[in-house]
Structure formats: C-alpha cells, structure tokens
Design a protein around this ligand. Structure first.
Ligand code: ATP
Ligand code: 6CM
Ligand code: CA
Length: 547
C-alpha cells in the first residue's frame, strides 16, 4: 500500500476482479484492471457521501449480517437510483465489499477512510433527537423509523433519543422546555404538522435563549443553529417534497447522515401584536382555507380527505372580499406580474414603510389568496403553488386569484398538476414580497366579528339558526367536537354554513386561513418573511441531469 499526505493507493479485489483503489483528496475511487494490466471503468465516491466503513463482509439489508474475515472491509455510500416517484432521483444505500492483500492493508484502508471522513465531512450529526408521530399519514411512522431509518443511523455511528408522541404539541413542548445539550439536530417522523411542531419548538427555544420577543412584529429574529430533519410519513409531506424533490424516507435519512444543510425562509404570522404561528410552506385564504376546514371533518379518510374536500369546496364556488397590503421586495417584477390589476377593480395606493420596499394596497374579491415562502410542491403538484419561489432568498410569493368563473378556476387548479403555467391566466396575479397584511372590508373586520360572538354562540346552541335547513343532523356533533377541542378558530367554526359543504347556498363573506395545514384563529393577519431563519438537513432539489 502506498500512502502520502494526499494519496493512498493499493490493489484490492471485489469478488474475483482486481482493482486499483485510490483515496485522493475528496474522492475514493476504484478502477478495474484486466489480465493485461489495462485500466477499465472507474467508480468514484465522494468522501462526503460515504456512510460508513466496516470490518469484514457486512450486509444491513434486508437484515444485519457480519462475516468477520481479516482481509475484507465493506464500504457503504450514497447511491443514486435511476427511478423514483419524485422530481429527482431517490438515494439508496450503496455497498461494496473489498478484499485486501493482507490484514495490515485492510486496517490501513479502514483507518485512512475514517480519517478522511472526519476531515472532509465535519458537519455530520453525532446525536439526534427523534420524534415519531404514530398517527400521521398512513400511521406507518414507527415502522418507517425502525425498519428504514434506525439501521442507517446505527451504521453511520449516529445515536438517537427517540420519543414516540402521545399527544399533539408534545414534540414542540419538549424542544421548548427540555435540556437539549449534546443534540446536533431534531428529526420528525411524520407529516407537515409534525414538522411545524419542530419548527415552532426550535424557533421559540432560540428566541427564548437570545431574549428576543417573538410577539414583536418588527423584531429581528435570531437564526436557529439546531438543524431539523424530516423523515416523511404524513399525508402531504409538502415541506419534505419541496426541500428534497422527493418524499422518500431513505433519501431523507441519507441527507441527515451526511450532514447536508439547507437554509430555509420562515414567515411569521401576527394578529395585532401577538404572534399567531410561523409557516414555511404557505398561508392560504379562500379555497385552501376552506379545503382544510372541510377536510378536518373527514380525517378518517386519511390522505384522501384532501381530494374529497377539494371537490366539495370547488363545487361551492365561493369567493371572498378582502384587502391585501404588501411590501414588495427589491426584485419587484415577477415574471408574471400583472401590471393591469386596475382592470379588476383594484385600488392601488403606494406609501413607504418601516420595512424594505414600498407598500401597495389591492382590494377585490378573491377565490384564493396564498403566500408561499417556497414552491410548496408535493406529489400531487410536482411544480407546486409557485414553481419559481426560492427556499432561502428572504422573499415569499403572493398569489392573488381573483373571482373567476368555475371553469377558469378549475383551469387554475388543474395547472398545478401539470406543466402548464398556472399564472398565465387573466385573473391571477403574482408578487414577490417580504411582508403582507390582510384585512376584511369595512363592516366585516375582526373587531366587529368579536362583537358578534354572542350571536354566534346562539348559533352553536341552536343549529336551526344555521343557513341550511338540513345541517343540524350532520354538523351538530361536529360543532360540539370542535368546540370541545378548542384548539382551532372557534369563531370560524361558529360561522353558519361553513361546515355544510356544497349543500350550502347562502354566500359567506369570510373564509379561514390555512397556515401550513393548520387553521388560524384570526382573519386579519400580517405576515413577514424572515430570510434563512432555520436550517434543514437537506440540499434543495438535486439536479439529476448532472453526473
Ligand atoms: N400522538 C399524537 N396524537 C395526536 N396528534 C398528534 C400526535 N403526535 C402529533 N400529533 C399531531 O398530529 C398532527 C398531524 O400529524 P402529521 O403532520 O404527522 O400527519 P398528517 O396530518 O397525516 O400529515 P400532513 O400534515 O402531511 O397532512 C400534527 O399537527 C401533530 O401536532
Ligand atoms: C382539477 C384538479 C384539481 C387538483 C388541485 C390540486 C391542487 C394542488 C395544489 C397543491 C397545493 C399544496 C399546498 C400545500 C399545502 C401544505 O402546506 C399544507 C400542509 O400539509 N397542506 C394542506 O393544507 C392540505 C390541503 C391542501 C389543499 C389543496
Ligand atoms: Ca423564499
């Protein structure tokens, strides 16, 4: 075996073929040598993508098996597969068993490879805190973790402390309150709701420690050091899909192991001077809010509840009045910016603000209003709500879908699922923004709404007061359940007609906000983007066309 400070080289065998192996700089490569000493094809693995080096002939799939011989070592690394269900290739565990000419050479290879790993891949996690939601998505969280994730962590020498949650918000509260010393990251096994718990825990904890008030809408939040990893096991897995290009537990695990780091913009939502929530994917009013509210009634359907509720809400053909004010980012013109917004009875006024950029006001009736910090793609919509939105550029895309005929709106929705441009429609406008405020038209404001509380309480007590005569049977129990849970916007629930699906004919003037899959308890909100506030164990969407 030849070694100098930059290169290690020796002959090795894989099966009965002879190879020349090199460890040079950032790569470990092996080239087949034929009987006439001619070099054939070379395989190269970046040291940063090595998962582990083990003595002997080792297998971990389908289950761990070690054949301990003096001459062999096994290399595990990231392998790119040719096919997958996402918009990039999935990763799997590659494995090659090498046979060395002597035990000494074998030991040297193991030592050199492990040293190279430490030198060239310093940001790998050693200890992780893992939260599993046993009820997310198809309820396969525990199985996914124990069969696919844990063996890879063990192989990579990562120790983990696992918490199987017993209630909603347990993961968030754990991160906010418990001692996190020694953890290099927090991982969720679940869907977007579980990710959101980790997000709130990590941001809240970081602000607590830095003495920053999250309720101050103008405050500069402290960026979070603790990385978040997502093992997808939910219904939509939108955050995972958008940041990885795929929702595959093994791909996610391998990105965590090699310590990839992807900064992410986060948006805060305030109601007056109170922090309501954070989101990374989207906050949506109108269609997306209504779909979520409707789908909560059909949780038993599992992931299919969104398709069912989407159809029901589409058939309701609602639109809502509102006023959107926005601070545009410096990059003011989005490719599909529709400068003729006045055509749609928009009232645009401009004034300066304490935040960057200028504020504009847009009024009208909207089918939906969405603000998305990232493209927000998922398997159903591979390009997402806003295909060109960036993960970490400090801006969000504000998409205004004005009142349109049902066929037009269906075209808009359908274009999310194919490659056609959903913004190239006359009733759709897109702005790249840093902050947004939403208010209801005069008379519909939230304060007026609070004054109506008493009247709405009456509605809860007496379902006959709801707008549909047939609602009492199917919604009374639901209303009572929601009232009991009390964790969502009760004022929304009290609104007549909302819960009754397409059977409701009375138009309603107020919708709800869907904030990363949670219903917000307020309507008149303000949102602000915080560029690169958190970091994920991810790499963005890998370009599979590059070698
Ligand atoms: N043990 C638990 N019991 C009840 N609810 C839980 C528990 N653990 C977590 N939760 C809550 O369940 C909600 C949904 O979970 P999760 O996001 O994992 O799955 P999902 O709703 O199927 O997926 P998606 O969010 O992708 O649609 C989360 O908001 C989380 O707070
Ligand atoms: C005619 C065909 C019509 C097909 C319409 C498909 C439209 C797909 C648009 C995809 C938008 C993804 C938005 C992402 C939302 C997530 O942050 C959120 C959290 O998981 N999910 C939901 O709120 C779940 C509710 C999502 C509502 C759609
Ligand atoms: Ca962004």
């Amino acid at each position: 075996m030849e070694t100098d400070s930059v290169r290690v080289e020796s002959s090795l065998w894989i099966g009965n073929k002879r190879y020349r192996a090199f460890l040079s700089g950032w790569y470990f490569s092996w080239t087949e040598i034929d009987e006439r000493n001619r070099e054939k094809k070379t395989i190269s693995v970046p040291v940063s993508e090595v998962i582990g080096v083990k003595e002997g002939r080792v297998e971990i799939q389908p289950q761990k098996k070690v054949e301990d011989t003096d001459l062999d070592f096994t290399l595990f690394y990231v392998k790119r597969n040719s096919k997958g269900k996402g918009i990039r290739v999935p990763w799997s565990l590659g494995r090659t068993q090498f046979c060395c000419p002597s035990r000494g050479v074998r030991d040297q290879w193991i030592t050199q490879l492990r040293t190279a790993l430490k030198t060239h891949s310093p940001s790998r996690p050693h200890r992780l805190l893992v939260f599993i939601n046993p009820f997310g998505g198809k309820k396969r969280g525990k199985q996914i973790f124990h069969s696919l994730v844990a063996p890879l962590f063990e192989l990579a020498g990562i120790s983990s402390h696992v918490v199987v949650t017993e209630r909603a918000n347990q993961a968030r509260d754990y991160i906010l309150k418990k001692d996190l010393t020694g953890f290099d990251g927090v991982i969720c096994v679940g869907g977007d709701g579980m990710f959101s718990e980790l997000l709130h825990g990590v941001i809240g904890r970081t602000q607590q420690e830095a003495g920053v008030s999250e309720h101050d809408p103008t405050v500069m939040l402290q960026p979070c050091d603790l990385h978040i990893g997502i093992i997808p096991a939910g219904s939509t897995d939108c955050v995972c899909f958008t940041t990885m290009g795929i929702n595959d537990p093994v791909t996610s695990t391998l990105h965590i192991i090699i310590g990839d780091s992807q900064p992410l913009d986060v948006c805060s939502v305030h109601y007056q001077s109170t922090l309501v929530r954070y989101f990374v994917s989207m906050v949506g009013y109108g269609f997306y809010g209504d779909v979520l509210a409707e789908s909560e009634r059909h949780r038993w359907m599992g992931p299919l509840r969104y398709d069912y509720s989407g159809c029901m809400v589409y058939l309701c053909n609602r639109s809502y009045p509102g006023q959107v004010q926005s601070a545009l980012s410096k990059e003011r013109l989005f490719p599909h910016f529709n400068s003729s917004s006045s055509l749609y009875s928009a009232n645009v006024s401009q004034y300066s603000s304490e935040l960057e950029g200028e504020w504009v006001t847009i009024e009208g009736r909207f089918k939906c209003i969405s603000l998305t910090c990232m493209s927000s793609s998922c398997p159903r919509s591979p390009k997402g709500l806003s295909p060109s939105a960036h993960l970490a550029d400090g801006t969000a895309d504000l998409i205004l879908v004005r009142e349109a005929n049902p066929l037009g709106f269906l075209t808009y929705l359908h274009r999310h699922t194919n490659t056609q441009d959903q913004f190239d429609l006359p009733f759709v406008e897109v702005y790249r923004v840093k902050a947004v405020r939403f208010s209801l038209p005069p008379g519909e404001g939230e304060e007026e709404e609070e004054e109506e509380e008493e009247e709405e309480e009456d509605v809860l007590e007496d379902p006959e007061k709801l707008c549909c005569s047939n609602i009492a049977g199917h919604s009374q129990q639901h209303l009572a359940e929601r009232k009991e849970r009390g964790n969502v916007a009760m004022s929304r629930v009290k609104r007549p007609g909302f819960v009754c699906g397409p059977c409701c004919t009375k138009p309603r003037s107020v919708s709800v906000w869907n904030c990363d899959g949670e219903i917000l308890p307020h309507t008149e909100i303000s949102c602000r983007v915080h560029g690169q506030l958190v970091r994920l164990f991810a790499r963005g969407i890998e370009d599979s066309t590059k070698p």
